[in-house]
Design a protein around this ligand. Sequence first.
Ligand SMILES: [Fe+2]
Length: 318
Amino acid sequence: MPATTKKGTKAAVQKKRKKPVVQIRVAEVRLKNKVAAQKARLEILKAMEEMGRLLSSTLDDREVRKRAMESATRLMRSEVGSLLLIDPETKELFFEVALGDKGETVREIRLRPGEGIAGWVVETGEAQSVNDARTHPHFFKSADEKSGFVTRNMICVPVKIREKMVGVLQAINKKRGKFTDVDLEGFKSLAGQVAIAIENAGLYKELKETFLSTAAALGDAIEAKDAYTGGHTKRVLEYSMVVGKRLGLSQEELDQLKLAAALHDIGKIGIEDRILGKPSRLEPEEAQMMENHTVIGAKIVENIRPLRAIVPGIRHHH
Ligand SMILES: [Fe+2]
């Protein structure tokens, strides 16, 4: 057998032996990457569970927005997280609040429809992970110029309530490395949770406003019946709020005080018109009947569960 053939055979054998080694290494790397991705997914899932609880544990819309931004920053391990909401009138996107070192400075920035990467996400409805933001065609330099913030990379996902776009959730500048596909997946889930929390808080706010305006309408009805006191309920309400704020009452306590003030004379519904409208001094018997309006009012209100807390306010307002 010629020498060259022998050599050729040896090389072929070596090649055959090397191939599995290379393949094993490639498989090892792939497996490592898969494990790393699964680990990252697991971490995101764990964090999501906690953030979901945090988001759903409040019905205060402002608090929901604050928690959404904190969650975005923490989940993506980024420098800044922000929630941009669509102004229903102008269709502009605005940074309502932004957390992080430069958070306060980007607070007032507004984007016209379609402007910036966030505007582009609203237009397309597609989530975006941009790892070189400054060279991106949709990057909005003015936001950085105004805030003095340097955006390196960004992850931006739409926030939709029942398929209706209400804003975008954004995380800027990952502290280590770049945003990955696993990040994008996790961030989309967070945006879903944020949307649910925003919707719940919005519905609660609407319900609360309806309730307060119904109470105010009842207050007006009492005024209409007892026009003699001219604007008395409104004045009591205004003074009560001033005093309540001065006393440092919580928002919940102020809301109750507002209700108690609006409805404090509701018992006058049960007082005869001839007594309510009597222009001259009341007889002792009539005065006693008139004084009874606090008891009547308390009885009316104590049957309405959400109003039980204000019963003492009505019963003892004189
Ligand atoms: Fe009264």
